[in-house]
Design a protein around this ligand. Structure first.
Ligand SMILES: [Zn+2]
Length: 244
């Protein structure tokens, strides 16, 4: 993968260590990050960038696949440190990333709070507070699904709604690489859909995966699970068959 770099960073949730994979795309003029981690991720991102001999201060753009806390958590801090960075997202996600609308994940957490067993209510409340604390940014640039962004040899913006209504994935045709966001995850060694409890519209999520079959994909970078490259077409087919 020329000029595509994964930035594995870890995050601790209670006693489990979670690894996430923001991605860097690079050409002569642009250094683009896809999703940017949890609210405390900036030093970790900086470290991971140094390992590939790059630095956050070279970033020109950040593309956010959707407004979940683990994808946009560090956005405001990066923007404050490096104000020239342009933030791109879909039209549907924009009002959540700028804070004009309340996070859909927070709305979901609020809606299920009363249904939680007594032993989980405290955690539920903490999770809501955490989601509410994610800082928004003032300004974003809206990108249209179907467009091919003229960077890094062409980055196609694919509408992969379902996990969230404005969720996008990015396809780098030249490299046959898909950056899936949370449309797909790798669990163990297996390519799967993201956990159903986090999918806001299952029908849309399934249709989005069907749509990905139309692309010539050899490798997928999943935000959760990292690189997947064993028989992508067969694996997508298997997931789709499991819908029936
Ligand atoms: Zn998500």
């Amino acid at each position: 993968m020329n000029n595509i770099f994964m930035l594995p960073i870890t995050f601790h949730l209670d006693k489990t260590e979670i690894m996430i994979y923001p991605t860097i795309l690079k050409d002569d003029n642009e250094l683009i990050m896809i999703d940017c981690g949890y609210p405390d991720s900036v030093p970790k991102l900086e470290n991971a960038m140094h390992k590939i001999e790059l630095s956050l201060n070279q970033l020109t753009k950040i593309i956010i696949t959707h407004h979940d806390h683990d994808h946009m958590g560090a956005l405001r801090e990066i923007k404050q440190r490096y104000p020239a960075v342009e933030i791109l997202c879909s039209k549907e996600e924009a009002p959540y990333i700028t804070g004009q609308r309340k996070s859909l994940r927070l709305q979901q957490a609020e809606a299920i709070q009363d249904t939680l067993p007594e032993s989980e209510k405290e955690y539920g409340k903490q999770f809501q507070n955490f989601l509410a604390s994610v800082q928004k940014v003032d300004e974003v640039t809206v990108i249209k699904t179907g467009d091919i962004l003229p960077f890094c040899g062409g980055i196609e913006v694919i509408d992969t709604k379902g996990h969230m209504p404005g969720h996008i994935s990015l396809y780098i045709e030249k490299e046959k690489v898909l950056i899936s966001g949370d449309a797909l995850v790798v669990e163990g060694e297996k390519l799967c859909m993201a956990m159903p409890q986090y999918v806001l519209n299952m029908q849309d999520a399934q249709d989005s995966i069907r749509k990905l079959q139309n692309y010539d994909i050899e490798k997928i970078i999943c935000y959760h699970g990292g690189l997947y490259k064993s028989d992508v077409k067969g694996s997508l087919k298997e997931i789709i068959e499991s819908f029936k």
